[in-house]
Design a protein around this ligand. Structure first.
Ligand SMILES: *[C@@H]1O[C@H](CO)[C@@H](O)[C@H](O)[C@H]1NC(C)=O
Ligand SMILES: *[C@@H]1O[C@H](CO)[C@@H](O)[C@H](O)[C@H]1NC(C)=O
Ligand SMILES: *[C@@H]1O[C@H](CO)[C@@H](O)[C@H](O)[C@H]1NC(C)=O
Ligand SMILES: *[C@@H]1O[C@H](CO)[C@@H](O)[C@H](O)[C@H]1NC(C)=O
Ligand SMILES: *[C@@H]1O[C@H](CO)[C@@H](O)[C@H](O)[C@H]1NC(C)=O
Length: 635
């Protein structure tokens, strides 16, 4: 057995001489010189403040080779491993005491209550496996904590209270295979791990930020979840952070946004005139390019103006010019996603009588009544901002959406793909959108209806979270205009799960998820972003007010939370806040709302505010939100 140089230096001079004159030192005489392994282990036992579980460790018999000491693993006459899991060990872990166990390769102290700083395992430089998960270790692990430990293969330190950076020296361990650091408070960036053999990697539920290093993007999102500021790879693209942009650029963007809005307004006014004109000519097909320059300002207002559907006959579709073009290439065809006995084709759809129901930021919505004898009524959505997505990816996504089935999700029936334009065909619902009823002179909604709507929306959203776990924001565009109501006032979500097929630039400009505080502040959305949208919707339903961000775009972070801030301020500062906060239509409708109902409204208001929490960490997650909403009692 070769002598370890470290060992030589650490011995007293007398011993060095003894070693020098005994060049062929054999194992037995070495054991004679070193403190017996039993002595080392008993000394170690004495350092623990709770030794009950180690009663089998006593002098009457040595630990090796028989191995009757609990947790002591021997190979021949040497201690090779200490496997002290779940023994209720308490106190500090004094690894120093073990430094003369030269054969030790594995130390596991998982599942105890050991505390204090991270032990300095470098005194056992030949260790291969170190497991300290599920203890109460805390503080920073020094950057060089693993320096020189080139045999290290597995390091597990999950569920402790470590903070500070992930130690850089881990990056230089050539054989590292497993690294588990989940559920600590590690912060900063993930170091640049490049080990090819690293196959188990988990840093979820820490406070890490920044880009995931290239070699690690092969791990799936479960390795990274719970770090709201991490991005890249499975966590979605990194966006430029508004906070880090120089002020000058921000100002420039703000000015540009104002100019765009003004321009959009002007263009829209003109276009509306044009629409009106062309709608007059008989048997027309109308060129209705979705307002590519419109911002959400104009389109949401537009939607309101169309609250009472105009009775003109309109084509939800392609211009005559475009149609002939399409015929030249291939036969355009409608693809059905479910077998609901619908009997119409693209030509039926194109010649159907159509009313415009609304025009949102991503496209326009029509009610189409087939003239083919079936009199089927469908909702057709026309999207123009999906021209970056390839045909196969689009079709794949549609098949995926076609499988969704839930009472609170408006089912997608069919689609039509063309490079410049996509049609999505849905079942028809009678009571148009929630936005119309809240803001556009639809029927007044009383408290029971509003509560029913919120519960339905929450259930639909939770369903999307369950069914589409790979989407960071499974809905991505939740707002009152995208909640439609059927005859029983059961809400159904529309425009869900589109972020993957909408042009990237447009998702960021137009979709509600990208108006969340976390996107504005940190440049990325999170698994709780849709909860924020749900919170805004709850506040909108209770107050009857339009969330500020839909009317005023392109301003600062504060505007996004304006509705939430307004409610909070009123509740805090105004004695008469109940009458000011809650929508009068809801309060007067049942002629004197009772105290109990007041309490339930208040409960829902608080849930709404908790969902709008700017700090993502503190915000409710979808599960908590839905549970609390289900708890609110109707009259
Ligand atoms: C030593 O361990 C044995 C069991 O392995 C036990 O029976 C005995 O009482 C122990 N002796 C002492 C002094 O703890
Ligand atoms: C780590 O946590 C301790 C308290 O447990 C704190 O004093 C220290 O500042 C933290 N260090 C870092 C780098 O976060
Ligand atoms: C990586 O793993 C392979 C197969 O287990 C092994 O042969 C190789 O030596 C390892 N590389 C390093 C650097 O440990
Ligand atoms: C993520 O990876 C782990 C381990 O590689 C695997 O067990 C798990 O099923 C994967 N999860 C998903 C959602 O792909
Ligand atoms: C990472 O740890 C989290 C939290 O314990 C767990 O949910 C997840 O499945 C783990 N992922 C992998 C790939 O080990």
């Amino acid at each position: 057995m070769a002598l370890n140089p470290q060992y030589r230096i650490s011995r007293p001079p007398g011993l060095l001489i003894a070693l020098a004159i005994l060049p062929n030192l054999c194992l037995t005489s070495l054991s004679d010189i070193l403190p017996a392994e039993s002595e080392i282990l008993l000394r170690f036992k004495a350092t623990l403040s709770n030794q009950a579980a180690l009663s089998s460790w006593n002098e009457t018999r040595p630990p090796c080779p028989t191995g009757n000491w609990v947790g002591v693993h021997c190979v021949d006459n040497n201690v090779r491993g200490l496997r002290l899991q779940n023994l209720g060990l308490k106190g500090k872990f004094k690894v120093d005491v073990l430094k003369d166990l030269k054969g030790l390769r594995t130390v596991s102290i998982m599942g105890n209550q050991l505390e204090g700083e991270f032990p300095d395992f470098r005194v056992l430089g030949a260790l291969k496996n170190v497991y300290v998960s599920d203890n109460k270790f805390s503080g920073v692990i020094q950057a060089d904590a693993f320096r020189g430990m080139i045999s290290m293969k597995k390091f597990h330190a999950a569920r402790n209270r470590f903070n500070g950076s992930i130690p850089e020296s881990l990056v230089h361990l050539p054989r590292l295979k497993e690294l588990r650091l989940e559920n600590n408070k590690f912060s900063g960036h993930i170091p640049n791990f490049e080990q090819k053999n690293l196959t188990v990697f988990n840093v979820s539920h820490n406070e890490l930020e920044g880009q995931i290093p290239a070699r690690l993007v092969k791990f799936n999102e479960t390795s990274f979840l719970g770090n709201y500021y991490l991005c890249g790879g499975p966590m979605g693209a990194c966006r430029a952070s508004w906070l880090r942009l120089p002020v000058v650029i921000c100002v420039a963007i703000a000015v540009a946004a104002v100019i765009t809005i003004v321009a959009a307004l002007v263009i829209l006014r003109r276009r509306k005139k044009r629409k009106a004109l062309s709608a007059m000519s008989p048997g027309n097909t109308i060129l209705m390019t979705s307002s590519s320059t419109s911002s959400s300002v104009t389109s949401d207002l537009d939607m309101l103006e169309h609250g009472h559907p105009s009775k003109s006959r309109m084509m939800p579709s392609l211009s005559t010019r475009r149609k002939s073009h399409a015929h030249n290439n291939s036969t355009p065809k409608l693809t059905f996603l479910r077998d609901d006995g619908h009997s119409f084709g693209l030509s039926d759809l194109l010649s159907a009588s159509a009313e415009i129901l609304g025009s949102g930021v991503l496209g326009s919505t029509y009610k189409a009544v087939m003239n083919n004898g079936s009199s089927a009524v469908m909702v057709v959505k026309k999207f123009a901002k999906m021209n970056e997505v390839g045909r196969e990816e689009f079709q794949e996504h549609m098949r995926w959406l076609g499988k969704l089935s839930h009472p609170n999700i408006l089912p997608l029936v069919a689609y039509y793909y063309r490079k410049e334009e996509k049609l999505l065909v849905f079942d028809y619902v009678a009571n148009v959108s929630l936005a119309v009823h809240l803001h556009g002179g639809g029927k007044k909604l009383d408290w029971p209806k509003r509560l029913k709507i919120i519960k339905g929306v929450a259930r639909g959203l939770q369903y999307l979270y369950n069914e589409l776990p790979s989407l960071i924001a499974p809905h991505g565009h939740l707002k009152s205009a995208n909640v439609v109501l059927n005859e029983e006032w059961e809400p159904q979500l529309t425009d869900y799960a589109l972020s993957r097929i909408v042009n990237q630039e447009d998702t960021q400009d137009l979709m509600i998820a990208y108006k969340s505080p976390e996107y504005k502040q940190l440049g990325r959305i999170s698994k709780k972003t849709d909860v924020w949208s749900l919170g805004m919707l709850i506040l909108e339903i209770l107050t009857g007010r339009f969330p500020a961000n839909m009317i005023q775009q392109g301003k600062g972070v504060a505007d996004n939370a304006e509705l939430a801030t307004w409610v909070e301020t009123l509740v805090r500062e105004n004695e008469n806040w109940k009458n000011k906060v809650f929508d009068r239509d809801m309060m007067t409708d049942i002629n004197g709302v009772g105290e109990e109902e007041h309490q339930e409204m208040l409960k829902l208001l608080k849930i709404g505010l908790a969902c709008c929490e700017m700090d993502v960490e503190k915000r409710l997650d979808i599960k908590e939100a839905v549970e609390r909403i289900e708890d609110v009692k109707g009259p």
